[in-house]
Design a binder for this molecule. Structure first.
Ligand code: 28F
Length: 670
């Protein structure tokens, strides 16, 4: 398409002389070695590519001449030659003999200047570093030419001959007093211009090597190359993947946004390598930048969204990571913007923050569209990402189990654990029972489908002071940790928890309180997630068994005991000498009869071991009747300093505990 440009010479920015360039060439072209020499060629070609991106040129010819010079010709509009009203010089001469700031100068914003920052210092720098430069402009049916010596005009612009073509041709002879080498490398130039041709679909870049004696590694090349890729960066991705087994055809999209043009091509391969290259205004941003981070964020999000929506990821599955999503991915991100900011070590990082959002939005929109419209390719892509995720998780599990094996010496469950038969952690309960006798009763009384019993012998060590490695040395603690199945420390994986109810069941005496406090400290210090999740409970065995004849009831607190006695109609003094008691009853006609009513019997339980299995089940373990207390984080957090005092013998009286029924468990106030 041909855009009319409202160009005129006076819009050229303020310009200075070229002396500084010859004094410090490295400042302008990076170095004066072979890289700097080839950078000069890139500068000239970039301007021709600019003209192409503006839509006025589609062919660029680079020729290596036998006299050591190199020329670049395009079929664009031709650099203007009208006379600058103030400087009284042709625009062409001003462009080639004065230094101007990088980026687009003058003229209308007819597209994006290919170079910015280190790049795009323009052809005037090349002129300054050339013993000779010759410019020809084909414009308005005439041929204009002018030559320069080390950046200084050799003669006034000449207008000679007729031509029907338009364009610009610049030939230069690099200055051997500046450059360490004057040998151009066809291979080097080819790599660069192949890439430029991919990035600028529709442009043909031809290369001609007229040198009679060519450097060693150029001799393997034909003398003529033509780079032209209608497919643009999609063809580039195909080229990058040509030796790999790919998934579907490259996905390509582009969108002009307020912040600039965003163009993306991507294709998955069956390899594990990631190869994502990014460009800004055709410059290879090897250090990445905001456009690249926008792409990475968007592809991760879009693939996850599609995978979840399509049911490829279950509710409980964690998200695919950025690495999972980019395994085997080849992609080219190419953005074009008016004022690119190049940052980083080698000025190859795009610093324009707005490009992150711009690229993210375009990729989210266009990639989602593609996945919706190509379910088969989408399925294959998601499958590949899932495979990557499973491999990653397997690697992590293998690593963790090695650590865990080391720390917990293998994964066999502790011998004294009487496990339950169910494998669904959500219904399984682990009772940590103090002492073997109570442990025995609990094993017999329990519902073995969902209740596991782990008897703990004696006092576990005081974890308040013990470090993790010492704790792991303690068999009681180790058994508990292995029974829970989550490991400990940095390998802890709560998703491995084998029971969603961990119940501390200790005697009501001081010892029981002590071991309970030690266990609470252990959980609070090393498994806070359990408490957070509401998985930690304290069993509440009854304190009393009150019976009168056949009628017997349990009381869990002193208050309840009083209540039960009242309910049984036992008066105050009677309850003093518990055992048996008689009652006066009014018969007919007022005759007093002695009705023999059995005395009330109050048994105070000293330890769990005093209960037989059935009583233990009925009063403390059966979800229908039992009373459990759920330990909550805000209690233990508040009680954090209490743990240290709780480590002492004084345990706050149980009545501070809030009694609730197992089902509607409330929080425990320690
Ligand atoms: C061999 C390298 O450098 N090609 C170029 C143009 C075309 C225009 C242009 C260039 C001068 C001062 C604005 C023409 N007509 N190939 C090249 N082709 N520069 S460089 O304009 C730069 C003007 O400021 C051009 C109308 N607008 C722009």
């Amino acid at each position: 398409m041909v855009k009319k440009s409202s160009y005129s010479a006076e819009q050229i920015q303020v310009l200075e002389g070229l002396e500084p360039v010859r004094k410090r060439p490295g400042m302008y072209i990076g170095s004066t070695d072979t890289r700097g020499l080839h950078h000069c060629v890139y500068e000239i070609v970039d301007n021709a590519v600019d003209e192409a991106m503006a839509g006025y040129c589609d062919t660029i010819i680079v020729t290596l001449h036998d006299d050591g010079s190199i020329s670049v010709e395009d079929n664009g509009r031709g650099i203007p030659v009208d006379i600058h009203p103030k400087k009284k010089l042709p625009a062409l001469e001003i462009v080639l003999t004065t230094l101007h700031a990088g980026g687009k100068f003058g003229g209308d914003d007819s597209g994006y200047k290919v170079s910015g920052g280190l790049h795009g210092v323009g052809s005037s720098v090349v002129n300054a570093l050339s013993i000779k430069m010759r410019a020809e402009v084909y414009r308005d049916g005439a041929i204009y030419h002018q030559e320069y010596k080390r950046g200084k005009t050799a003669y006034a612009l000449k207008k000679e001959g007729k031509t029907s073509k338009t364009g610009t041709k610049i030939q230069f002879w690099p200055d051997d007093t500046i450059f360490d080498t004057l040998n151009f490398s066809m291979s080097t130039l080819m790599t660069r211009f192949r890439q430029q041709a991919y990035l600028t679909r529709g442009v043909t870049i031809a290369m001609l090597d007229e040198r009679k004696d060519r450097p060693e590694d150029d001799q393997r090349h034909p003398r003529l190359y033509r780079f032209s890729f209608e497919g643009g960066i999609a063809a580039y991705v195909r080229h990058l993947n040509e030796s790999k087994d790919s998934v579907g055809a490259p996905i390509w999209f582009e969108k002009d946004t307020a912040d600039g043009m965003v163009e993306v091509a991507l294709q998955y391969t069956q390899t594990f390598q990631e190869n994502v290259v990014s460009f800004a205004n055709n410059i290879h941003t090897t250090e990445g930048g905001h456009h690249l981070s926008g792409f990475k964020a968007a592809i991760t999000r879009t693939i996850n969204a599609y995978a979840r929506k399509g049911g490829f990821l279950k509710e409980k599955d964690e998200n695919l990571t950025a690495d999972d999503v980019r395994e085997g991915l080849t992609a080219v991100i190419s953005v074009r913007l008016k004022e690119p900011q190049f940052e980083g070590q080698t000025k190859s990082k795009l610093g324009n923050a707005e490009m992150k959002t711009a690229v993210e939005q375009v990729v989210n929109e266009k990639l989602s569209e593609y996945l919706e419209e190509h379910p088969n390719e989408a399925k294959e892509i998601i499958g590949k990402c899932n495979l990557a995720a499973r491999a990653r998780l397997a690697a992590r599990a293998a690593r963790d189990s090695v650590i865990r094996k080391g720390a917990l010496e293998g994964m066999t469950l502790p011998g004294k654990l009487a496990d339950c038969s169910s494998r669904d952690p959500a219904e399984c309960e682990l009772f940590i029972v103090e002492g073997d006798s109570a442990g025995g009763s609990a094993k017999q009384g329990r519902n073995r489908k969902f209740q596991a019993i782990l008897p703990l012998r004696g006092k576990i060590l005081n974890v308040e002071q013990a470090r993790l490695d010492r704790m792991l040395a303690n068999n009681e603690i180790k058994s508990l940790i292995i029974a829970m199945g989550v490991g400990i420390g940095e390998i802890k994986d709560m998703s491995k928890l084998r029971y969603h109810r961990i119940v501390i069941m200790t005697d009501a005496d001081v010892d029981g309180a002590h071991i309970r406090t030690l266990l609470l400290t252990l959980f609070y210090r090393y498994f806070p997630e359990l408490i957070e999740a509401g998985y930690l409970y304290i069993a509440q065995p009854p304190l009393y068994k009150i019976s009168r004849g056949k009628d017997s009831r349990y009381a869990y607190t002193d208050e309840q005991k009083e209540q039960v006695l009242k309910d049984m109609g036992v008066s105050g003094e009677e309850s003093e000498d518990a055992e048996e008691s008689e009652e006066e009853e009014e018969g007919e006609e007022g005759a007093k009869t002695k009705k023999r009513t059995p005395r009330v019997n109050i048994q105070r339980y000293k330890g769990l071991g005093e209960m037989n299995p059935d009583q233990l089940w009925e009063t403390t373990m059966d979800p229908e009747n039992r009373i459990m207390l759920r330990v909550t984080m805000d209690d233990v957090e508040a009680a954090d300093n209490v743990f240290s005092t709780l480590m002492g013998p004084e345990v706050p009286p149980r009545k501070k505990f809030i009694q609730t029924h197992a089902k509607g468990v409330k929080n425990l106030d320690i």
